[in-house]
Structure formats: structure tokens, C-alpha cells
Design a protein around this ligand. Structure first.
Ligand code: HAM
Length: 419
């Protein structure tokens, strides 16, 4: 029997894993500068957590969750996203009581959604996300967006655009909801059964429907923008003002609705504008979620955050022809000749590594020529050659591979030379 990686998942092989590590390193260091601290939550949670927060009528909850019953007969779900778990932990651990508010958190790890596999869409994918919980200052909205944009910039991407919308507060959303019900009700039997169900429960989700996308009533649907009350509009204006101050360009899109129910006010996505990028252009999504802590039994703590997928960031780099090729190279490759030299080399290898030098030697009993070839393949900056003569003299031949020069140095001097 041949085993294969499950559909929609992938192995990150050793020739690519360094890229993942590098993105994480970039993103972590940016979070550090913005004073966000890492949080790690479990891979699975109670199913109800996602039903409550992401929303019963969303595609994620209705069609995409990996839900299972554990041996204690509890319904559990592999996390499809990171915000609900983080907010659950915020409430459970009473982070609302921390002296420093807002609480600024980041996380990275695999998320699971049973989606149709296509380029850039996986069933297991890795998100890097940020949540700032406890403040409704529009400046923090801008900070979170700026942080996301900085991750792309620092990764080397340039063909990205920020798309922004306001979903308004509860009052604005209720007014819009009523208008949607009035708009779709008379002809709802022309829509799919999902949409018919959504009419009462969550008419906004009708606008996401992939089946009835072309129905004329879709385009003519009342826009949320026309229902924003004064407070919501004022909030949105302030967010935009702060983005202007940060020098961040954005495109206003009144039709931007997110696929999760917990959002209000600021909603945004960052898209790749690169021509080479596939059909799915969203790299990152986020927004504000005031009221989410109360939804899961905590006190009020307004929040905002985003999540990006590392897979899509790497695909976007490729599409822009900026795929990283500068895999970290080896500092030193040790070439040895004969048993004594090998023993000496093995000792030296430990010392090189102790000094933080990325070093390697041959474990395949290869001839000197083949060892040199390995050193080349691994792009070693230096090759240290030890033969029988060198053992007797307590020296090594040090070859600088960039300069192409070779010289004899004593073992004691070697570390100074390598510095
Ligand atoms: P989301 O829009 O569902 O939001 O996902 C965020 C990002 O995750 C997407 O923009 C996309 O890059 C990536 N993503 C989603 N599904 C897939 C998939 N099947 N394959 C590859 N990448 C995918 C959230 O998850 C929210 N929790 C974001 C957030 C944080 N909002 C506030 N705080």
C-alpha cells in the first residue's frame, strides 16, 4: 500500500522549510518591535466555541470544520482560525484584568478547513495572526493594519494592496439587515436552499453565496455603506486618518464582507496585485470584533486583529519573481583523509559548532573529491582539510571558497581566522 499526504495538505520539505522559518522570524521580530507577545493555544477546541463566534451560518462552520467526538463524548473541532481560541483564552485567563491594556498578542500555527483544494487553498494551512484586545481606539486599528503591511514589505513583496471597509456598529448592521430581508424576501424562492435559510438567520451571508452570485438581485442589494450611523462613520474616518498618518494607502471597497460573523467597524484584506498570482488573491484578512468577549461569557473588551497565510505569502513572492533563493549556507565543511584525520576532524567539528559555526563533515566514507563536491553543493564558505600530515603538525588547510585561497593554519589560530 502506498501512503500519501492527505488531500489539501502538504509536506514542507527541508529545501523549503527555511523559508517558513524566515517568514516566522521576520513576523516575530516585527511583532516584538510593536510590543505584541506570543500566545499558544491548543489545536482543538470545543466545537461550540466556533459555532458561537465564527457563526452558525458561515461556510466555515457549516461546511468546513473538522469536527470529531472525543472518547468522552464531547464534540471537538480542529481550529479553523485563531481569533476565537485567543479570545477564549483572554476571557478564561482574565487578561482583561492585566494592568497593561490593550493586551497585544500574536500566534502562528496550523489551521484546518475542509475546503475544495486549489492553488493557494489548503485544508491545513499556517496562519500568522495578531490580536489586540481591550481598546477601541481607532489608532490601534491602524497599528494592526500597519503591522500586517510591514510583514509583507519586510518579506520583499511589493505588489500588494490594502482593501478597507467599515461594517459599522450593531445599530447600523441591524438597519442594513432589515433592508436586506426586505430586498430578498419577495424573490427568495429563486435562491438556493442555503440562501433561503440565511434570509432569517443572517441575510448578509446571502451576499457571499457562490451559487447565486450572478442573480440580478445580488448586484442591486442594499449596501451597508448607506446604513452606517454617524458614530460608525466617524470611527471609520478616524481609522482612515491614522492610516494616512502612517503613510499607508488603501482602497475603499463597500462590498468587502468577511467570511466570519464576529466583525464590526473596520474590516480589511490585503491582496496580491501580481499578475502571476492565481485566482485567490487574498493574502491576509482581519478586522474589529467588539462584542466577541461578551459572546463567550466575558466582560466587554473590544478587539481587532488579522491573520495571514504563510503559504500564500510564499506564493506571492514567487508570483512577483522574488522567491527567496538565498538559503542559509554552511560556514565550514570539514574534509578529512584517513582515520586519524577523521578522529581529529570529528573533535574539531564539535568545537566549530560550539562556536556557533554551521559546520558539517562527511559521514558516507567518501573520497576527498566527493567530499569537496559536497562542500560545493552545500555552498560552504570555508573548507577545512585535514590529512595525515596535518594531524602530525597539528595544523589544517583552510580554504576560503569565495576568495579561492588556501593556507595552512594552526588549530589554535583557526577560530581567529574564521571570525
Ligand atoms: P480569514 O479571512 O478566514 O480570517 O483567514 C485569514 C487568512 O488566512 C486569509 O486571508 C488567507 O490568507 C488565509 N486562509 C484562509 N483559508 C485558507 C486556506 N484554506 N488555505 C490557505 N490560506 C487560507 C481569519 O481567519 C480571522 N481569524 C482573521 C482575524 C484575526 N480577524 C481578526 N483577527
Amino acid at each position: 500500500m502506498n501512503f500519501k499526504v492527505p488531500r489539501g495538505t502538504q509536506d514542507i520539505l527541508p529545501d523549503a522549510s527555511w523559508k517558513w522559518q524566515r517568514i516566522e522570524k521576520i513576523a516575530r521580530s516585527i511583532c516584538d518591535v510593536y510590543n505584541y507577545k506570543e500566545i499558544r493555544t491548543p489545536i482543538f477546541e470545543q466545537t461550540e466555541l466556533f459555532q458561537r463566534t465564527v457563526g452558525d451560518t458561515t461556510d466555515i462552520v457549516q461546511k468546513e470544520m473538522y469536527t470529531f467526538t472525543d472518547r468522552g463524548d464531547r464534540s471537538m473541532t480542529l481550529r479553523p482560525e485563531g481569533t476565537a481560541p485567543v479570545v477564549r483564552s483572554f476571557v478564561e485567563n482574565k487578561m482583561f484584568g492585566y494592568a497593561d491594556q490593550p493586551v497585544k498578542l500574536y500566534y502562528t500555527g496550523p489551521m484546518f478547513r475542509y475546503e475544495r483544494q486549489q492553488a493557494g487553498r489548503y485544508r491545513q494551512f499556517v496562519q500568522f495572526g495578531v490580536e489586540a484586545i481591550g481598546s477601541d481606539d481607532p489608532a490601534i486599528d491602524a497599528e494592526v493594519i500597519e503591522l500586517a503591511m510591514t510583514i509583507y514589505k519586510r518579506s520583499g513583496l511589493s505588489d500588494v494592496k490594502l482593501v478597507l471597509n467599515s461594517l459599522g456598529d450593531k445599530e447600523s448592521r441591524t438597519a442594513h439587515r432589515d433592508a436586506l430581508v426586505a430586498h430578498f424576501s419577495p424573490n427568495i424562492e429563486e435562491f438556493c436552499s442555503d440562501c433561503q435559510n440565511r434570509l432569517e438567520k443572517n441575510p448578509l451571508r446571502i451576499l457571499d453565496c457562490k451559487v447565486d452570485r450572478e442573480h440580478p438581485l445580488m448586484k442591486a442589494a442594499p449596501s451597508l455603506a448607506d446604513f452606517l450611523n454617524e458614530e460608525s462613520s466617524a470611527y471609520f474616518e478616524k481609522v482612515k486618518h491614522y492610516l494616512d498618518l502612517a503613510g499607508i494607502e488603501y482602497e475603499y471597497d463597500p462590498n468587502l464582507v468577511r467570511g466570519l460573523d464576529y466583525y464590526n467597524h473596520t474590516a480589511f484584506e490585503i491582496m496580491s496585485t501580481s499578475k502571476g498570482f492565481g485566482a485567490i488573491t487574498t493574502l491576509c484578512g482581519g478586522g474589529r470584533y467588539n462584542g466577541l468577549t461578551e459572546e463567550i461569557g466575558g466582560p466587554a473588551a473590544p478587539g481587532i486583529g488579522f491573520a495571514l497565510s504563510i503559504e500564500r505569502l510564499l506564493l506571492a513572492l514567487e508570483a512577483e519573481d522574488k522567491a527567496w533563493t538565498d538559503e542559509p549556507s554552511l560556514d565550514v565543511y570539514l574534509v578529512t583523509l584517513g582515520d586519524q584525520a577523521r578522529a581529529k576532524g570529528f573533535e574539531l567539528l564539535g568545537k566549530l559548532r560550539e562556536n556557533g559555526l554551521r559546520s558539517e563533515m562527511d559521514y558516507m566514507n567518501r573520497k576527498i573529491k566527493a567530499q569537496m563536491k559536497s562542500a560545493d553543493r552545500l555552498q560552504a564558505n570555508y573548507v577545512v582539510v585535514i590529512g595525515e600530515e596535518e594531524v602530525l603538525e597539528n595544523v589544517v588547510q583552510l580554504k576560503d571558497m569565495t576568495a579561492g585561497q588556501q593556507k595552512k593554519v594552526s588549530i589554535d589560530e583557526l577560530f581567529d581566522e574564521l571570525k
